[in-house]
Design a binder for this molecule. Structure first.
Ligand SMILES: NC(=O)c1ccc[n+]([C@@H]2O[C@H](COP(=O)([O-])OP(=O)(O)OC[C@H]3O[C@@H](n4cnc5c(N)ncnc54)[C@H](OP(=O)(O)O)[C@@H]3O)[C@@H](O)[C@H]2O)c1
Length: 332
């Protein structure tokens, strides 16, 4: 088994001073990879040197992953304190965050969570594996009051010590403008979609100015994402000629270039992988992209959001753009 010493993996710092590895392992099986297969990949990833894992209740595999964590402690591969375990409260548990959090902690067999995200900023629930046209009649637009009620429950969990940091996910600038001033405990990280064809520069700068770490999901452009997130007009990041050319120059797969770019660009990427996790960690420790290569990738942004969020739309919403407040005001 090839291994990278976790000590040589570059670190990112949260506003609390906590240092975390500059890359983590995603755990969403995209409705294609079984919980057992994801857990097996997590086991391999721990052995090869990963220490940060992005989990979520709605991925349906926390119990299997928790078993892997427990085995790692028992075998002495890693202590609990060596790992940085993140999870997320799913949309149907916004009124019962403590219950959801305790279930994730129990499934993940981790005692506490290092970071707990609010997965989506509204309680709009969809069933796992649903298709793009599925709608929940209870779905409704963002409400500052409802979001803050959920966030207050996270603050209480942080005060109790069940979670060490709070995170937000799939937020927009107008929504953050509305809620950040009301928070007692600042969020440490924001998970947002980020890859070469969707760089979210304005949002990233907004987060950095507030010392909230951007965690980039789908850093490779999620080539095997669920059917509901595939649209004809989507751009395949790994097929972009500039990415392929840089990959050829470095003698690596284009996916590795997307990850190097993410790290050097300032976000923390969380690629999922069953076959390539070793190279995804190793690439952070060697052969960085040049300034010219970074500039070439910066030019590839074409605002190609992959997770459009159709399934979270409420009755009366125009289309998926309404979820993202593109005109600078909260769409309600
Ligand atoms: N907060 C949110 O709402 C949200 C939304 C979506 C995702 N996420 C998180 O972000 C994580 C990553 O997103 P994702 O899994 O959708 O997409 P991704 O990480 O962009 O892409 C994963 C795919 O890329 C392939 N891959 C990875 N490394 C590779 C390499 N070096 N060479 C070639 N292929 C490679 C994997 O194939 P192999 O398995 O064959 O290696 C897998 O099919 C998720 O797992 C989840 O934890 C969060």
């Amino acid at each position: 088994m090839q291994m990278i010493d976790p000590a040589i993996v570059p670190k990112k710092k949260l506003y609390t001073g906590t240092e975390i590895p500059c890359v983590g392992m995603g755990t969403f099986g995209s409705d294609r990879v079984t919980p057992e297969e994801v857990a097996e990949a997590v086991a391999g990833a721990i052995r090869c040197g990963y220490r940060l894992f992005d989990c979520a209740a709605c991925y349906g595999n926390e119990a299997q992953i928790g078993q892997v964590f427990q085995n790692a402690y028992a075998e002495g591969t890693a202590e609990r304190e060596d790992l940085f375990i993140m999870s997320k409260v799913w949309n149907d548990m916004h009124r019962n965050v403590a219950q959801a959090c305790k279930k994730s902690i129990s499934d993940l067999k981790c005692g506490y969570l290092d970071l707990y995200f609010i997965h989506w900023p509204f309680p709009n629930y969809h069933a796992p594996g649903c298709d793009v046209d599925s709608r929940n009649p209870d779905s409704r637009p963002f409400s500052t009051e409802e979001f803050m009620d959920t966030y207050r429950q996270c603050e209480a969990l942080a005060e109790e010590g069940l979670i060490r940091h709070i995170g937000i996910s799939n937020m927009t600038i107008p929504k953050m403008d509305a809620v950040l001033p009301m928070m007692k405990i600042k969020p440490a990280a924001a998970e947002i979609e980020m890859h070469p064809a969707f760089q979210q520069r304005e949002l990233k700068i907004y987060l950095e100015e507030r010392n909230i770490l951007p965690v980039g999901y789908m850093p490779i452009g999620s080539p095997r994402r669920p059917e509901r997130d595939i649209m004809e007009e989507d751009v395949a990041d790994l097929e972009l000629p500039a990415v392929q050319e840089i990959a050829q120059r470095h003698g690596v797969h284009p996916a590795v270039i997307a990850l190097k770019w993410a790290h050097q660009n300032g976000q923390l990427p969380i690629p999922f992988s069953t076959h390539h996790y070793y190279e995804n960690l190793k690439c952070m420790t060697e052969d960085p992209l040049t300034e010219e290569e970074m500039t070439a990738i910066a030019a590839l942004d074409c605002n190609n959001r992959l997770v459009k969020g159709h399934v979270f739309l409420w009755e009366g919403a125009k289309d998926w753009h309404d979820l993202w407040d593109e005109d600078g005001v909260i769409v309600s």
